[in-house]
Design a protein around this ligand. Structure first.
Ligand code: ZN
Ligand code: ZN
Length: 268
């Protein structure tokens, strides 16, 4: 599997791609060309063009959850390309707003997306290519990672706290074990890893890339580092929603890798 970072908060020195506080990865697995998230704007498309990645070959788009720093680019993608499978959790295209009432959900409603792509929503794990599985709704297994609300969603006719049940991830089943690819990890990075182990029946974690949603140097971060160590996760690629302080703390305890737009990984 090959993974290329098309959009992230960080850019590398001397590589003139565009950054934005969002996430988008381009993944090649066998004959499948997969987009995992589409960033906030058309930045991922501009970067792909500069990298000579042909997005017309994309046959699957996975949206990690319903926030617009992960699905905002769909508006631009669907203007140019169509006919791909779109895989996500059923709640990813609901109305979502932040604490101040600002809309932070999908730029298009699900019917508009259905007109131009094959929408395949699933709460259950779903195979998306030879070696990749979309995890669907993540089980909470770690007591230090309970679900907590961010903003509001429209529930049954009224606004309610949004516990982001839609927040999911994908997992690559490799020869050496599992490589986890996350969006924002609102469901808890360790809950996601633990659920991937359960779904795949494999306890070996070769690496993790994505937003880990870690900001404060607190008890949660301490327990997260303990979990990473217990699971002997060597290849950590924290990006997007991981603060500098959290990265410094992670880096004191274990090796972490810098992620930026243009990073390419090959995972066996
Ligand atoms: Zn989010
Ligand atoms: Zn995010």
């Amino acid at each position: 599997m090959k993974l290329t970072v098309l959009a992230d908060n960080n850019t590398y020195i001397d590589m003139y791609y565009l950054g934005e506080p969002s996430l988008s990865f381009y993944i090649e697995d066998g004959k499948d060309r997969i987009l995992f998230d589409t960033g906030y704007s058309d930045v991922f498309m501009k970067n792909a063009r500069k990298m000579k990645i042909d997005l017309s070959e994309v046959n699957k788009v996975v949206i990690s959850h319903g926030h617009n720093d992960h699905n905002g680019g769909l508006k631009y993608l669907l203007k140019k390309y169509n006919d791909f499978d779109l895989i996500s959790h059923p709640s990813s295209f609901e109305y979502k707003e932040d604490e101040n009432g600002l809309y932070i959900g999908s730029p298009l409603d699900i019917d508009e997306i259905r007109e131009r792509s094959h929408v395949k929503l699933s709460r259950k794990p779903k195979k998306i290519s030879d070696h990749l599985i979309f995890l669907g709704e993540i089980e909470v297994s770690q007591d230090f990672e309970p679900r907590y609300p961010i903003g509001k969603r429209i529930g049954y006719k009224k606004k309610e706290d949004d516990y982001l049940l839609d927040d999911s991830a994908i997992v690559y089943k490799g020869k050496q074990g599992l490589f986890i690819i996350t969006g924002c990890s609102h469901s808890g990075i360790c809950n996601i890893i633990e659920y991937a182990k359960k779904v795949c029946g494999d306890d070996r974690i070769t690496g993790v890339i994505g937003g880990f949603h870690l900001f404060d140097v607190d008890e949660r971060l301490k327990k997260t580092i303990e979990y990473f160590k217990e699971n002997r996760i060597r290849n950590l690629y924290p990006c997007h929603c991981v603060s500098l302080n959290a990265k410094i703390e992670l880096g004191k305890k274990m090796k972490i890798n810098e992620v930026g737009v243009g990073l390419k990984l090959e995972i066996e």
